[in-house]
Ligand binder design. Structure first.
Ligand code: IMP
Length: 224
């Protein structure tokens, strides 16, 4: 079975990814590699951050006796139209000072800031979407003496798959499931938030589910 490192420590993301990808892979996570380097997410796009995470960790694994064959990295976030697409790539650290290098902030603080900024925005203008980009990079155990200065060889071999889920932001949090902005987000066609709908429904319609479906379709056509 193909061994796949899911490059996150976010338990919710890990569970969603495992549930959606199913039995095709044997999963490892960053919890299996406490010494793994932390990757600074300073790209301006979800695709840039996801690729950076997948490629840097694949390179690192390539220097070790690891049996992982691929690294999967997810970068995702929420875009509120009334805020010009914020918090976007800053979703995980929205409540922090606007420094790209500051750490993640608690979900409750991020949600409170989102509600504060949307305070005077009426229901019909509270449209938003979750976006996700999944990057998938092969672990290469071949050493490159002089890596190319502009892009890594691994970067050229990495693949990305994207997904989006449209919806709206409500006025106060509802529900206990999920994580992040789930208690504030009602997907189109539903009355309940992601945090009320629960994993089974979320995993059928979420941004992450859509990106992972594309990945699954891609690999169902390959002999890995
Ligand atoms: P990342 O781990 O750097 O990709 O940060 C993603 C951030 O976006 C999370 O910390 C959440 O705040 C938000 N986010 C991404 N996906 C979801 C989701 O499925 N539900 C709720 N919030 C999400």
């Amino acid at each position: 079975m193909t061994k796949l490192l899911i490059a996150t420590r976010n338990r919710h993301k890990i569970e969603e990814i495992r549930a959606i990808l199913g039995g095709q892979f044997q999963f490892l996570t960053l919890d299996d590699f406490p010494e793994a380097p932390s990757v600074i997410e300073d790209a301006k796009t979800f695709a840039g951050n996801a690729t950076k995470k997948a490629v840097e960790l694949a390179k690192w694994l390539g220097t070790r006796q690891s049996k992982s064959e691929f690294v999967l990295a997810d970068d995702s976030g929420l875009e509120a139209d009334a805020l010009g697409g914020m918090p976007g790539v800053h979703s995980a650290r929205f409540a922090a000072d606007d420094s790209a290098r500051s750490g993640n902030t608690p979900d409750a603080d991020n949600n409170a800031k989102l509600l504060r900024l949307l305070k005077n925005i009426p229901a019909e203008k509270r449209t938003a979407r979750f976006r996700c980009v999944i990057a998938f990079a092969p672990v290469s155990h071949v050493k490159t003496e002089n890596p190319l200065p502009v892009c890594y060889e691994e970067e050229l071999k990495s693949l990305t798959f994207d997904g989006a889920c449209e919806g709206k932001i409500i006025f106060a949090p509802r529900g206990d499931d999920g994580f992040g902005y789930d208690p504030l987000f009602v997907p189109d066609g539903f009355e309940k938030t992601f945090a009320e709908l629960g994993d089974e429904i979320k995993n059928k319609l979420s941004h992450r589910a859509k990106a992972l479906e594309k990945l699954k379709n891609h690999f169902s056509r390959l002999p890995i």
